[in-house]
Design a protein around this ligand. Structure first.
Ligand SMILES: Cc1ncc(COP(=O)(O)O)c(C=O)c1O
Length: 375
């Protein structure tokens, strides 16, 4: 895809510096077009061509499988959000008093609250600290005999710290511990291989690095974990013989579709399918390389400024699309407000201001955003 075509996909308001993909991303043009076309079709023809809609939904499943290197779509379900997926796991597993769950001390609330909510079942949450040179070691050191599940974000939302999932997954396998990854801050930005990291569960909403709308999330469950999850939502859609409405008996679907109880979010499926089409067409490795180049450019520009301090650990072997910094004189909330007033769309996170460009962000936008940081 040429630079010009890429620019056409992101015709963003020139007054805005959009550096907030770690929160909610803008859609590419083809996604906006797909949504408009779907709206027009609904207006004029309703669901006349529903079989075509199902093809689009299946195409989305195939793309999601490709995004995480899953061998089959049978392990993929569509959910509303990352939090919903994590809840299906938390309330699907059979807990016993004394069971422990390990998370980290920097998790987004979605990957903490749901596990803490199991306290009434006698389940305890242990937070492994990520500070220091070897955060993975700290996590693995917490995996004792009472731990049933490790749940981590692949990339920490505030600092952008990237965890070595292969190392963590291997440690879980060796100890027979289930491994859950909240991958919302990496899929669409960094390479992800569910086979390499041996995850049992992967959850990720589509509205960040995947450039999709809110309200549609990837839910992956491994074959070995599928039958360990009991179901808490039921309906016509999660059965094996769906569509046979006259049948009075039913069996739950053999595959991960058992986690989809009712009608799908078809509008969201059209949108996310279009967004992922762009990323896959461009090439996930290319996306990653170009995103890293953007982050390095931002880093260099921020480091030029002696009044700024980078909070993101620059020494880690892998970097994400997130770079967080603070001003030595201006409080983060105030800096964030000043940037917002100047059209720099970013976030106030982790004691600083978080910039999160994507692979397509023009260099000029990065430079302009740093220039708008008050001296
Ligand atoms: C690491 C992480 N997990 C989960 C979420 C929230 O996901 P959802 O709204 O899909 O539940 C966020 C949102 O910022 C996040 O950064």
């Amino acid at each position: 895809m040429s630079k010009r075509l890429l620019e056409q996909e992101f015709p963003q308001d020139p007054d805005i510096c959009y550096l907030n993909h770690a929160a909610v991303a803008p859609w590419p043009k083809r996604t906006a077009d797909a949504v408009q076309a779907f709206a027009r079709e609904n207006l004029q023809r309703g669901a006349t061509d529903y079989p075509v809609w199902l093809q689009t939904e299946n195409a989305l499943r195939a793309k999601l499988a490709q995004m995480i290197g899953a061998p089959s779509t049978r392990n993929i379900a569509l959910q509303k959000s990352t939090s919903e997926g994590l809840s299906a796991i938390a309330y699907g597993l059979d807990w016993h008093p004394g069971d422990r769950i390990v998370i980290t001390d920097q998790e987004f609330p979605s990957n903490r609250i749901v596990w803490e909510s199991l306290g009434s079942k006698g389940v305890k949450v242990i937070e492994a600290g990520l500070a220091g040179e070897d955060p993975e070691h700290n996590i693995i050191a917490a995996l004792d005999d009472s731990v049933r599940l490790l749940s981590v974000s692949s990339v920490q939302y505030a600092s952008g710290l990237v965890l070595d999932l292969e190392r963590l997954g291997q440690a879980c396998r060796e100890r027979n511990i289930l491994f859950c990854v909240d991958a919302i801050q990496s899929i669409g930005a960094l390479p992800f291989s569910v086979t390499d990291c041996q995850a049992d569960f992967v959850v990720a909403d589509g509205h960040k690095w995947m450039l999709g709308p809110e309200g549609l999330a990837l839910f992956y469950v491994s074959d070995r974990a599928l039958d360990q999850l009991s179901l808490n939502q039921f309906g016509w859609h999660m059965v094996q013989d769906r569509g046979n409405y006259d049948r009075k008996t039913w069996e739950i679907a053999e595959d991960a579709k058992r986690f989809e109880c009712g009608s799908p979010n078809m509008l969201g499926a059209y949108a996310l399918n279009a967004s992922l089409g762009l990323l896959l067409e461009y090439g996930l490795d290319q996306v990653h390389q170009e995103l890293l180049a953007k982050v390095h450019l931002l880093q260099a520009a921020l480091q030029q400024r002696s009044d700024l301090e980078l909070l993101t650990d620059l020494e880690r072997p892998q970097r994400s699309g997130i770079i967080t910094f603070r001003h030595r004189r201006i409080a983060p909330e105030s800096l964030f407000a000043q940037l917002r007033d100047q059209g720099v769309v970013c976030a106030c996170r982790g004691g600083g201001v978080r910039f999160s460009p994507h692979f397509y962000t023009p260099d000029s936008v990065l430079v302009k955003a740093v220039e708008r940081i008050p001296q």
